[in-house]
Ligand binder design. Structure first.
Ligand code: FE2
Length: 350
């Protein structure tokens, strides 16, 4: 059924991770802020990291002067730290499935016990962590909760920049204190931003990261997949793979379907080149126009259930359909080309 050969990006490429939080449904953190942070700052670091790694891969070490090695290796460290910490930050936020985060969420029992053991109480941990974060206001850096094997405990770790870490410790929660993380919504009120982040934590994912850090198998991969994305890997395509597939000019080039709920149209500005836009509810109409012999890639805003449900249905009917992981948001993040939104093919379900 899968006519789209797997076209993996260049070996060594660090691939974009999708947003797991639903940016339109957070408590007091706006979609504009979160998406700008993800597409510009996180993705900027990712693109920089890949560019530096490509440069490093092409170097002749014997002829490379020390100052050039120093520059590239320093920038690689900073970009890699930024990528990894941003991924932990975004993964640590968000609700459960379709439910927005509740301000009342608390660490799961096991993690609560460890926080109590290491900080006296969950409240004690929270006081130290948020005070540490707020103390970075006006500057930049990260507040990190990390597991240290050597110290046999969780630590609240101060970080002045992306490359500052406690040796050997594994971060399980990271709070971004760079101004770009809050300025759009909070201006200079960094303390208000810290409180709002704490009201949006996804403790299930933070707990899973803790179990991973202490070497317990998580077996909870679905926690780190966008809600509603198809479960089988062959029903999903990464932004990097899609970019490579679109360079094909033959029958392997995928047909692009842009699906958007009517209520989400105001959130849209652009679309992938050559895509046609439809309402998921009008599937009985637009499915008739789909070619049987071509691979199909379906995308929505962030790659949650809008594209996931449609891909499951298309595959059930025998189409070689895949959902774009992370949606057009991940596509933007890798610097994929888009054109202004064209809704001329959009017809709501009657
Ligand atoms: Fe950031």
């Amino acid at each position: 059924m899968d006519m789209l050969p797997r076209q993996l990006p260049t070996p060594g490429t660090v691939m974009v991770r999708p947003l797991l939080l639903k940016p339109q449904w957070m408590n007091g953190l706006s979609e504009r802020l979160l998406v700008s942070h993800y597409e510009n700052d996180y993705a900027g670091a990712l693109r920089r990291l890949n560019a530096i790694r490509a440069r490093l891969a092409g170097l002749d070490w014997a002829c490379t002067p020390g100052f050039e090695t120093n520059d590239l290796k320093r920038e690689e460290l900073i970009a890699a730290g930024s990528v990894i910490l941003h991924e932990i930050y975004f993964d640590s936020l968000g609700g459960h499935g379709d439910n927005p985060p509740t301000v009342l969420a608390e660490p799961p029992g096991r993690l609560a016990q460890v926080l109590q053991r290491d900080f006296g109480s969950v409240t004690g941990w929270r006081a130290e962590f948020t005070t540490m974060a707020k103390a970075l206001a006006g500057g930049s850096g990260w507040a990190i909760l990390a597991w240290s094997q050597r110290l046999s405990r969780l630590v609240n770790q101060w970080a002045a920049d992306h490359a500052h870490s406690l040796a050997g410790a594994i971060p399980i929660l990271a709070l971004d204190m760079y101004e770009h993380a809050y300025h759009l919504d909070f201006g200079a009120k960094a303390a208000a931003y810290v409180d709002q982040v704490m009201a949006n934590l996804n403790w299930d994912r933070i707990g899973a990261r803790y179990r991973l850090a202490i070497g317990e198998c998580t077996g909870e991969d679905e926690l780190f997949l966008p809600f509603g994305a198809p479960a089988q890997e062959e029903a999903r395509i990464s932004a990097e793979e899609l970019k490579a597939a679109l360079e094909d000019i033959d029958e392997h080039r995928p047909v692009l379907l842009d699906l958007c709920l009517p209520r989400d149209l105001p959130r849209r500005r652009d679309m992938l080149v050559g895509a046609s836009m439809h309402a998921p509810g009008a599937l009985p109409r637009w499915i008739e126009e789909l070619p049987r012999g071509r691979p199909i890639v379906v995308y929505c805003i962030c790659g949650f259930q809008v594209s996931g449900t449609a891909v499951t249905e298309l595959r059930r009917r025998g189409y070689a359909a895949r959902a774009l992981v992370g949606g057009i948001t991940a596509w933007h993040a890798i610097g994929g080309a888009t054109v202004p939104l064209d809704t001329s093919t959009y017809e709501e379900a009657s």
